[in-house]
Each structure stands twice: as structure tokens, then as C-alpha cells.
Write a protein that binds this ligand. Sequence first.
Ligand code: UT7
Length: 328
Amino acid sequence: MKSVKIIGTGSYAPSKIVTNSDLSKIVDTNDEWISSRTGIRERRITTGEDTSVLSTKAALEAIKNANIDPLDIDLIVVGTASPDKFIPSTACLVQAEIGAENATCFDISAACTGFIYALNIGTQFIKTGQCKTALVIGAEVLSKIVDWSDRSTCVLFGDGAGAAILQSSHDENGILSIYTGSDGRNAAEFLGCSAVPVRNPFIKSAEKQESLVTMNGKDIFRFGTKIIPKCIEEVFKEQDCTIEDIKYIVPHQANMRIIDSAAKRLEIDSDKFYMNLDRYGNTSAASIPLALNEMARNGLLHRGDKIILVGFGGGLTFGAALIEWMID
Ligand code: UT7
């Protein structure tokens, strides 16, 4: 089995900032409620750029930072719950924009855990020798599927994208372990968004149905507080390191109170979790790579640092990756 390492990251968020007080003009809410219940102060909302555009901009930064030619990329996987289209995939749209003609491209649907799943797929393709260089992306334009009349959900989400380039390596093993899981029982009641209903000339037409996000916040909250510690425990199995060796945990940015509760269960300081939720809100599959690239940009990561990425979300889906940072 080959070793795999991250050789570059990138991210992009639309320039339009929507503050909590901006939202109070749309729904019955206020800055105090949103910031104290979630930790969110503002989020980025697209004024036209769709998921493939955000993905492409994140990918181009990752390619530049990795110092590779797009033609070297032989796999593109995009984790998204808000693609531009059913067909073609977001990954194919990105491929065309960046000129990665040699890549096999597809999207995966794992909601907020989309980046961890994409990272796992890229890692497995490289480990087994199917490819050498993979571009993995988490990207969302949730603003197009959010119910802007529902104050319990519309205040939470934001748009954005993050990307990483993975490459096979003879000597250095950056991706130390990955754990993923799913639980489809009653999942749509927790967090859902319908696609198109069944309709064809041979049945009575179904009622028109809008594709909007619905969520039972309390259930997802409880799930998040339990599954984050479980995923973190799982990535340490068969590894000779412990949570004390970890410099940062980069969690899915859903709610500061979820992180505080998970930190308490793990008996660690909340400061070990890198957060940028206050500025971006919950960007679903984009949240982990967006945070990771911000850390890299700000010089917080050094060669040899051990970090954990951990996510959970609709599906239900969950997962974590234990990574040794290999970039100087
Ligand atoms: O990415 C993964 C998916 N999503 C998540 O991880 C979200 C997880 N869940 C959460 O973050 C929290 O459950 C929420 C932030 C969504 C809600 O927080 P909460 O503390 O569970 O509030 P709640 O739903 O119990 O609502 C408390 C009150 C209610 O009013 P009453 O019934 O007590 O009078 C709500 O109607 O707050 C009200 N409320 C609001 N008030 C002002 C709900 N949303 C708002 C709002 N502004 N935006």
C-alpha cells in the first residue's frame, strides 16, 4: 500500500457578508440569539456564483499551493449537497474549468461529512495505486436550498468551498488514519432536503414540491455532541499517539455549543478546536477544508504537526481523519 499526503490546500468564499443584524430584517431574530446559541456572527452568501465556481476557485488555490500541473490530477471528488446540476457532476464542471483532462471526476453526497468522505475516497484510490494525485473538494451553495422564511435554519448556513491536493508518497505518510460511518435510520427527520418527486406520464402527477432544507436542530445537536468524541476515539485505534499529541482538531463548524460539549466529553480544552464559525456560519461540506486552509494561510500548521479533521451531518454521516502535516 502506498502512503498519501496532503501537498496543498485552497479555499474560497463569496465576498458578500451577511451579518446577524442583516438577517433580523428578513426573519424574526436578533444578533444576541444567534451569537449566543450558535457562535455565528456573519456568513458569506453568493450573489450568483454557483457551487462549481466556488469549487474551481478553491481548487486553483490548492493547485498553486501544491505547485502541480492540473494535468497531473487523475481524480477529482467533490463532496456537496448543493450541486449546480444533477448532470453533469460538479467535479466534471471543475475539471473543465481547471483543465484537468486526465482526471476521473464524480460527486459524493454525504452532507456536512462530504469532505471527510471525499478525503477517504481520494486516499483509498492513491493507496491502492489507482491514481497518484487527487483533488478533493467540499463545496456548498446552501443559500439556494435554505428556507429563508424559517428562522431556526436560515440563520445557520453559509456558502463556501475548500480543497486539498493529495499525492502518493514513498517515504512520508501524512494521512495516518480515517474513520467514516453512517446511520440512515430516521435520517430525513433529522436533516433533509427533497430532490424532485416521482413523476412520469404513467402515474398521476405528484404535488409540486420545493427543495428546501428542513432540520430538527435539537436531535442533530445531541448527535453532534456524542459522535465527535466517538470519531476522534476511532482514529486513534492502532495508532501510537493520543489526544495529547494533537495540535489542532478541525471540526465541522456547526455550533460552538456542540464543540464545547464535545470538548468536555473528551476532557480537553475547547481551544484545541480551530473555529471560524463566527465568520462563515455552517458551510456544510466546505466547513472543514475552509478552516484547514485558513490555518495553513495563517501559518498555524508546521511539518510534523498532528491534526484531526472531524465531521458529522445529514444522512446521518460522520467521520474523522488523523493527519500528520507534511508541508513546510
Ligand atoms: O451541520 C449539521 C447540521 N446542523 C446542526 O448541527 C445544527 C444543530 N442544532 C443547533 O445548532 C441548535 O439546535 C439550534 C441553533 C438550531 C437551535 O438552538 P436551540 O438552543 O436548540 O433552540 P431551540 O430550537 O430550542 O429554540 C429555542 C427558542 C424557540 O422559541 P420558544 O419555543 O422557546 O419560544 C425558538 O422558536 O428559540 C426560538 N428560535 C429563535 N429565536 C430567535 C429559533 N430560532 C431562532 C432565531 N432567532 N433564529
